[in-house]
Write a protein that binds this ligand. Structure first.
Ligand code: S3P
Length: 471
């Protein structure tokens, strides 16, 4: 088990690029695998979760080559080496081949849920397995609608947990389905199954969730139609082979964005980061709390996903209320926003976020328990929490567990930057599921050089490529 040892950080005046977006990296591999020819993916996130998706499609007969690494498998490096980020996926069309072995989805809910949709339309049987954390996560939310479309499933008690056996069929039926919870993974699983069903499949969301499946399918020339909270897809469309650039993950940048927002006088520039409006809710929350944030979108919105540069200037943060329609937009950022609330003045309330209880761990219980260790006054709610801010005072450094959850580990490493004494995060190896190189960035934010004016970019994710083109 690895651990992070964190001490109080220095004022921030730096530039950073973060590894590729996790949601987009999964989908880039999936949609290019189902396309009708070779696709070049740049900016791919070589994290544990996304490599599970690559392995899954290879097991189902798709040729995927890493173009910037001689050795495979690539092992994430504590030193921050970005790993292979350029892939050629040789799409062979929507029909896959049966895997000769169970497909291991590792820790990745996105892999298992979106694959369940795709596999529902394949006329063969596949067994999907996962690690201990994924095996506790509910899959009934995808198997219920997919069964209505005609696929059959075998899963474990109590919530249709993995291992999950998917008996796909060549004769799926289209449906109209109202989601019982706001989940982009469930929406995406149904839309992907809808590609294999004749006619129109419609998903109605209670609240708008991240729309990468829709925007990226459009990039691969597959049309979806949005009418209010309903999204429809017509079956029989074949993704066209296209290249795709994956911008940096705003959910990874969130840790440094919050670190900068907390400190009056800090300035952080984040380059090459994804700025899809269904993911930028964290910026709105931090603006409300008193940070200054400038967004500069560089990309062509008709070609792939929007991305650009963010500049964050810190102010003394004040507490806020995070609830309702905003929740799905910030769902992965709530642990780090809770840390922001703990260092703000006044009270921060998060409610309507019970989905947090079924993430890689129960993130409400984990955040509340760890904040208490840092001396924060926090009350657990059934669907969120109420945090009394420290009014800008340092927290009390603590030894806390990651609960095997990457976002908990990273959020509390940031808390350590704003704490007196030593902080230790145990079980930090889970961070490689989404942010290989986080430890190296954390060291950078603690080092003296950061305090003396703007330093060089923390990593140059795309040397000579998109980053250079931005200037
Ligand atoms: C994701 C959707 C969200 C998010 C997860 C990635 C996606 O999950 O928490 O990290 O890529 O579609 P839910 O759909 O369960 O909310």
């Amino acid at each position: 088990m690895s651990e992070y040892r964190v001490k109080k950080g220095r004022p921030i005046a730096t530039e950073i690029t973060v590894p590729g977006d996790k949601s987009m990296s999964h989908r880039a591999v999936m949609f290019s695998s189902l396309s009708n020819g070779p696709c070049l993916i740049t900016g791919f996130l070589p994290s544990g979760d996304c490599l599970s998706t690559v392995d899954a499609f290879r097991a189902m007969g798709v040729r995927i080559d890493f173009l910037d690494e001689d050795e495979e498998p690539w092992i994430p490096s504590e030193e921050g080496a970005p790993g292979p980020t350029t892939l050629r996926v040789h799409g062979s069309g929507p029909r896959l081949s049966a895997s000769s072995r169970p497909v291991d989805c590792g820790n990745s809910g996105t892999t298992m849920r979106l694959l369940s949709g795709i596999l529902s339309g394949q006329p063969f049987t596949t067994v999907l397995t996962g690690d201990e954390s994924l095996s506790k996560r509910p899959m009934k939310r995808v198997t219920d609608p997919l069964a209505q479309m005609g696929a059959r499933f075998e899963a474990q008690e109590p919530k249709g947990n993995p291992p999950l056996t998917v008996h796909g069929t060549a004769s799926l039926k289209s449906i109209t389905y109202t989601l019982p919870m706001a989940s982009a993974q469930v929406k995406s699983a149904i839309l992907l199954a809808g590609l294999y069903a004749p006619g129109k499949t419609t998903v109605i969301e209670p609240e708008i969730t991240r729309n990468h499946t829709e925007t990226m399918l459009k990039h691969f020339r597959v049309k979806t139609v949005r009418e209010g909270k309903a999204i429809s897809i017509y079956g029989g469309q074949i993704p066209e082979s296209r290249d795709f650039f994956v911008p940096g993950d705003i959910s990874s940048a969130a840790f440094w964005i919050v670190a900068a927002a907390i400190q009056p006088g800090s300035e952080l520039v984040v380059r090459g980061v994804g700025l899809n409006g269904t993911r930028t809710g964290i910026l709105k929350v931090l603006l409300r709390m008193g940070a200054q944030i400038a967004e500069d979108v560089k990309s062509d919105p008709d070609d792939g996903e929007p991305w650009g540069t963010l500049t964050i200037r810190g102010g003394g943060l004040k507490g806020t209320l995070i609830e309702g329609e905003e929740i799905p937009n910030v769902i992965d950022e709530l642990p780090i926003l809770a840390v922001a609330g703990a260092l703000a003045s006044g009270t921060t309330i998060i409610r309507g976020a019970k989905e947090l209880r079924v993430k890689e761990t129960d993130r409400i219980a984990a955040v509340v328990s760890n904040l208490k260790q840092f001396g924060v006054n926090v009350k657990e709610l059934h669907d969120g929490m109420e945090i009394t801010g420290s009014e800008g005072e340092l927290l009390k450094g603590a030894r806390v567990p990651s609960f095997g959850d990457h976002r908990i580990a990273m959020a509390f490493a940031i808390a350590g930057l704003f704490s007196e004494g030593d902080t230790v995060i145990s079980g930090a190896e889970c961070v490689d599921t989404s942010y290989p190189g986080f430890a190296a960035h954390l060291r950078h934010f603690q080092s003296r050089e950061v305090s003396s004016g703007r330093s060089t970019p923390v990593i140059d994710r795309l040397p000579g490529g998109r980053e250079a083109a931005e200037d």
